[in-house]
Design a protein around this ligand. Structure first.
Ligand code: PEP
Length: 248
């Protein structure tokens, strides 16, 4: 079965009421392809606003992070139940900025992923190696380790989309080449086949993320194991629409 093309937009800690409104108004005004699933992830403060403004049936709203426990005495956190309460359907987990800056462990990320799924959210699970790890030739080992923490506690992957985001490509303007990305995506899928089974591995969408923009997105078009993109910087700009349409 063909995997549906998927484009995520991670706004990171960017935006104001005004700029988030502008981005969504722009999306609302476009004729978007019906067969592309789009998820925008504004900062938690603007999730409600985004849900209220979004009029596109193929666009859903997601959080950038959730906690691994129910709502309670966890100052500063956002719980999955609150994300659901405001009408968002997705969350990211394991973004490299959380892995590297906030020092989230593979296990903590796996727990967050599980809690989100168990409470009805779908998850974009981000993985990827640092430049040092890339140079050390351990890209696939790193991805496997990050995935294994999740597959150890989650058997059903139907509501998980994997985003392969090499850390050295995020926000640097240095996207992986389509060939390099494809090679890693293929390795990731082969690894998933061993851990969650061939059928689930075939069905799981694997997105590429790292300096994708309106210009380079079409270059990934023919890559068999690249099922879409997770976009940071360019999701704040009108060219996000070109990325959504890059398979046309
Ligand atoms: C991201 O933050 O997930 C990302 C891919 O960022 P950028 O597109 O800006 O490299």
């Amino acid at each position: 079965m063909a995997r549906q093309f998927f484009v995520g937009g991670n706004f990171k800690a960017n935006g104001t009421k005004q700029s988030v409104t502008q981005i969504i108004d722009n999306l609302n005004s476009q004729e978007l392809p019906k067969d592309v699933e789009v998820v925008i992830a504004p900062p938690a403060l603007y999730l409600s606003l985004a849900v209220e403004l979004n009029k596109q049936p193929t666009v859903q709203v997601g959080a950038q992070n959730v906690f691994n426990k129910p709502c309670g005495a966890f100052t500063g956190e956002t719980c999955a139940e609150q994300v659901i309460d405001v009408g968002a359907k997705w969350t990211l987990t394991g973004h490299s900025e959380r892995r590297t800056i906030i020092k989230e462990s593979d296990e903590f990320i796996a727990e967050k992923t599980k809690y989100a799924l168990d409470n009805g959210l779908s998850v974009i699970l981000c993985i990827g190696e640092t430049l040092e790890e890339r140079k050390g030739g351990v890209t696939l080992e790193v991805c496997a380790r990050q995935l294994d923490a999740v597959s150890k506690i989650i058997k059903d992957w139907k509501n998980i989309v994997v985003a392969y985001e090499p850390v050295w490509a995020i926000g640097t303007g240095l996207a992986a080449t389509p060939d390099d990305a494809e090679e890693t995506h293929k390795g990731i899928r082969e690894h998933l086949a061993k851990t969650i089974g061939q059928d689930q591995a075939e069905a799981t969408r694997i997105l590429y993320g790292g300096s994708v923009n309106g210009k380079n997105a079409p270059e990934f078009k023919d890559k068999k194991n690249i099922d879409g993109f997770l976009v940071g910087g360019a999701s704040l700009k009108p060219e996000f629409v070109n990325i959504i349409k890059s398979r046309l």
